[in-house]
Design a protein around this ligand. Structure first.
Ligand code: WQD
Length: 336
């Protein structure tokens, strides 16, 4: 049974991936510094996964702490989630983002090198594509990040391409996420951002549960069907299963791969609000306000390569994303 190390393990996407990996028969070792997640997640992983989580609290920039984890466990592959992800914050604090997102990536890969582990899954993002020259984005769309956060992902991808060029025995999966939303079907795990949510779905969730008065819809005059921004929302459990497929591919095929993880379906802000109202059985108050600087009008994935190479495609639609989000938020009104 292969053992997979997850960094950022108690974060939103990693915690759901933890359960999916265990369900697929993998052993998991988690590492997190709790800088942007709650230790309560470990209790939920035990409750839902039926086994005591194997976990170490550590900062991915702490090489000695990583060495201790590699010394204590026979690690077959690493899935690297640990990173800061707030676009607005990244503009205000670039050094924090380069130190954590790029420095942390290099630190994890150096620890892997010291311990002879060369199978690596990188949490990348559709944000590396920048202004769409065509849609849907295919994996060969030109790369041009538009913000500091996006540049940390773009440069992180390049660090790994240089590493693979220098040592082709590395097997690496570059996974470009579209917009992860939703929650585990049990309602016991989900997205729980600290402070005011930057992203749409967690904000809508908090309006629905009464923590926020109304949703500000950033722009109603885009060149889209209803004038509001269009994105490719992806259920977090589909995304988690995409990571399982990528780990399986790397360990079995011993080749590298770069794929989009999205549904291929564009959904507008107002589409999502209406779907959430159906799921929650209540209206979501909103006001259409000015556009948010830096936002793109519309983007969505061409997801055919992940299907062809990994045998993966998204199974859950926007109604299930909203139903699962509501079950999580209504059962955990203040998060973890
Ligand atoms: C979605 C749509 C907004 C909030 C970013 C990163 C991406 C990934 C996901 C990390 C847009 C609108 C939002 C609100 C709104 N991050 N919106 N009111 O900007 O597509 O992607 O987060 O992996 O890399 O770029 O996601 O959820 O912020 O916005 O109207 O309060 O919702 O304008 O059209 P985004 P988002």
């Amino acid at each position: 049974m292969a053992t997979i190390l997850l960094t950022g393990a108690t974060g939103y996407i990693a915690s759901h991936t933890w359960l999916a990996l265990q369900s697929a028969g993998y052993s998991v070792v988690g590492v997190d510094d709790f800088s942007n997640s709650s230790p309560e997640v470990l209790n939920r992983i035990q409750e839902l996964g039926g086994q005591r989580p194997v976990f170490a609290q550590a900062d991915v920039n702490d090489g000695a702490a990583l060495d201790a984890v590699f010394a204590a466990h026979r690690i077959d592959a690493v899935v690297h989630f640990a990173a800061c992800k707030a676009v607005g914050e990244s503009a205000a604090e670039p050094l924090k983002y380069y130190a954590n997102n790029l420095g942390g990536l290099v630190s994890v890969c150096q620890a892997m090198q010291r311990h002879g582990v060369k199978t690596f899954v990188f949490s990348s993002s559709a944000t590396v594509y920048g202004e769409p020259q065509f849609l849907p984005y295919t994996e060969d769309h030109p790369l041009a990040a538009m913000n500091v956060y996006g540049r940390t992902k773009l440069y992180g991808e390049q660090v790994l391409r240089d590493l693979e060029a220098a040592d082709p025995t590395w097997n690496i999966a570059w996974l470009r996420y579209f917009n992860p939303v939703g929650a585990h079907e049990s309602g016991r795990m989900g997205e729980d951002p600290r402070g005011v949510p930057n992203n749409l779905m967690p904000y809508v969730q908090q309006v629905a549960v009464g923590r926020r008065e109304f949703l500000s819809v950033y722009g109603g005059d885009y060149d889209t069907p209803d004038g509001t921004g269009v994105r490719d929302y992806l259920h977090v459990m589909d995304l988690a299963e995409g990571h399982v497929a990528a780990v399986r591919y790397l360990l079995n095929e011993k080749k590298s791969v770069t794929v989009n993880l999205g549904t291929g379906v564009g959904v507008s802000v107002l589409d999502l609000v209406k779907a959430f109202e159906r799921a929650a059985g209540k209206p979501i108050a909103y006001k259409i306000v000015d556009r948010r600087p830096g936002d793109l009008p519309a983007y969505y994935a061409d997801a055919t390569l992940a299907k062809a190479l990994l045998g993966w495609s998204a199974k859950r639609d926007i109604d299930q994303m909203c139903a699962d989000s509501w079950r999580w938020q209504s059962g955990n009104p203040n998060g973890y």
